[in-house]
Write a protein that binds this ligand. Structure first.
Ligand code: GLY
Length: 387
């Protein structure tokens, strides 16, 4: 059991979070919240990697409250996801973030069979980004593009549930096999011996030979970008959860190695975490870089710890202690207490090297905080690991 005060706080925060989502659903219309350094979110069209987090928050909230207005808001947004595929609007590896939290959620929670076809279209796009020379899923840019054709990134671990789901849905194991292959490649190259991670890693596209680790959103190639590390914890924990329920022998056999990887990343994250429980945007900042926090790394890592409690019960006490530190840090230092707040977490850092939204609401930080609150209070409907 988790300590009672911890659960009481989570229940109170969950009530506030659900009210904010319900209120926002009435005013955001067909726009998507992204970031903000005020109490009001900036709204975008559906044209970037974060759009699914808002529909995901709507579906998580609907599963809890059964509020028809919240459900209809999510349903009304789905055509804009279809348009993303039809018109090739910012299409890359982020298919899981976009479509597991919109189309697949709509299939599950509104019993919309057509949404399954759309989810499968997204899965096929992701599958098509697999590079057999090198055995990785290409993150960004057109497949085979000069530089980015050789690049994989840690964030892709979060998109693999779409491939695991596609295998479950169709019975075609090739989707899960590609996910499995990518996860193994990533564990081999992106994770350093001390459990820290490279954000991205490059291959020679002609030979498939591994070349080098590089950062994209961290402070330096050899630094430890906090959100990348958090994506890894949560991504490998989910891969372990999918493996735990798979009939496929090759996937099921990887369960323990995915747990071991997630645990190694989790232990490193917690060893580097400051005493206040809130991650800096990069754990190893070279001189001269701004010293921002990243609450989104905290909420993503928190969900990762809660998933590890489920999939690795032998080590649950360790993960519970990690989860409590992260939760306390977010609740005490990042939760937005303003009565007119639209968001949940202050102090997210989106892209510090580009000086973008460095002390801000971030919709993905809020999505994972809501998911964590639902998990902590025993109300979780899992949009990522299904069936
Ligand atoms: N996947 C992009 C990011 O974490 O900012």
């Amino acid at each position: 059991m988790l300590p009672l005060t911890y659960i009481q706080t989570a229940e109170e925060l969950l009530e506030t979070a659900l009210k904010r989502v319900q209120h926002n659903s009435q005013i955001f219309g067909n726009q998507f919240p992204n970031y903000s350094d005020t109490a009001e979110y900036n709204l975008n069209e559906n044209n970037n990697w974060v759009a699914g987090f808002w529909t995901g928050m709507l579906w998580l909230s609907y599963a809890q409250t059964k509020d028809a207005g919240v459900r209809d808001c999510a349903i009304n947004l789905l055509p804009s996801f279809e348009r993303r595929l039809d018109e090739n609007i910012h299409i890359n590896h982020d298919m899981g973030f976009l479509f597991m939290l919109s189309a697949r959620a709509q299939l599950a929670l509104a019993d919309d069979a057509e949404a399954a076809d759309l989810t499968m279209r997204a899965a096929d796009v992701l599958l098509g980004r697999f590079r057999p020379k090198g055995n990785y899923i290409q993150a960004w840019g057109p497949v085979g593009e000069d530089r980015r054709g050789g690049q994989m990134i840690m964030d892709t671990m979060m998109n693999l549930p779409l491939l695991f789901w596609a295998s479950q849905h169709t019975g075609d194991l090739s989707y899960a096999e590609i996910a499995l292959t990518h996860a193994k490649t990533m564990a081999k190259y992106n994770i350093r011996p001390d459990g820290s991670t490279y954000h991205t890693y490059f291959f020679d596209q002609e030979t498939g030979n591994p070349l080098r680790g590089e950062t994209h959103q961290g402070a330096a190639d050899e630094s430890m970008w906090a959100r990348g590390q958090a994506w890894g914890i949560c991504g490998y924990a989910m891969a372990a959860q999918w493996a735990a329920k798979s009939d496929d022998v090759a996937l099921a056999d990887q369960r323990q190695s995915f747990i071991d990887t997630a645990r190694q990343l989790a232990q490193k994250f917690m060893a580097e975490l400051p005493d206040d429980g809130v991650p800096p945007w990069d754990f190893w900042l070279p001189d001269g870089w701004p010293n921002h926090r990243d609450s989104s790394a905290g909420s993503i890592a928190l969900v990762g710890m809660l998933r590890l409690i489920e999939v690795d019960p032998d080590n649950a006490a360790e993960y519970k202690a990690y989860a409590q530190r992260l939760f306390d840090g977010l609740a005490e230092h990042c939760w937005d207490t303003r009565p007119d707040a639209q968001g949940l977490l202050l102090h997210g850092a989106s892209h510090v090297p580009k000086r973008l939204w460095m002390d801000s609401y971030l919709i993905y930080g809020d999505f994972f905080m809501l998911e964590a609150l639902l998990m902590l209070t025993g109300n979780h409907v899992d949009l990522w690991v299904t069936g």
